[in-house]
Design a protein around this ligand. Sequence first.
Ligand code: 3PG
Length: 202
Amino acid sequence: MFPSKIIPVIVIEEPQRALPLGNCLIENNLPVAEVTLRTDRAIESIKIMSGIENLVTGAGTVITVDQAKAAVDAGAKFLVSPGLNEKVVKFAQSVNTPIIPGVVTPTEVEQAIDLGLDLVKLFPAEAVGGANLLHAYASVYPNVKFMPTGGISPHNVSDYLALPNVIACGGSWLTPSHLLKQDAFDQIGQLIKAASFFTPRS
Ligand code: 3PG
């Protein structure tokens, strides 16, 4: 589903920045975006970015079914949640949209398995045990893959991506809000280029 091993987690306030940001991601060979539903106009931004050819745009911070519906209606191709909400998961499944809910504990991993999921997010990854925790889960849950997010940076991303049960890492460091607010797309491009060692999906 993901064209890259790093998923930029984006907080976007102004939809007029959605098009240049999406183009910046495409130009720098990172054709994926997780647009978080943390701003009033995030849905508008998803709508705009969903119209960009070859960009896989999804919604993040999806907490309610209403948010999930709005994101799917806007064109989101995947949904990411901080926690595991059965109603949100079932809604996503009913509209055939991949959902990656957040989990921390073995109990939550097993709830996700019960819901028919084989890909979950570890959140907030660094705060709850990071790569060591996922290493421990690999032998117990060999069929579950993870997308860790939260506290991931150029300093630790390779530790996560080296694990067999990690398919991608989410992180906000590639598209920082302060650069976005300044329309600093050149600098965002530089950050993405600096991470390009990690980004292509082999
Ligand atoms: C978030 O909640 O914003 C994501 O988990 C990204 O976390 P990060 O800012 O630590 O990359």
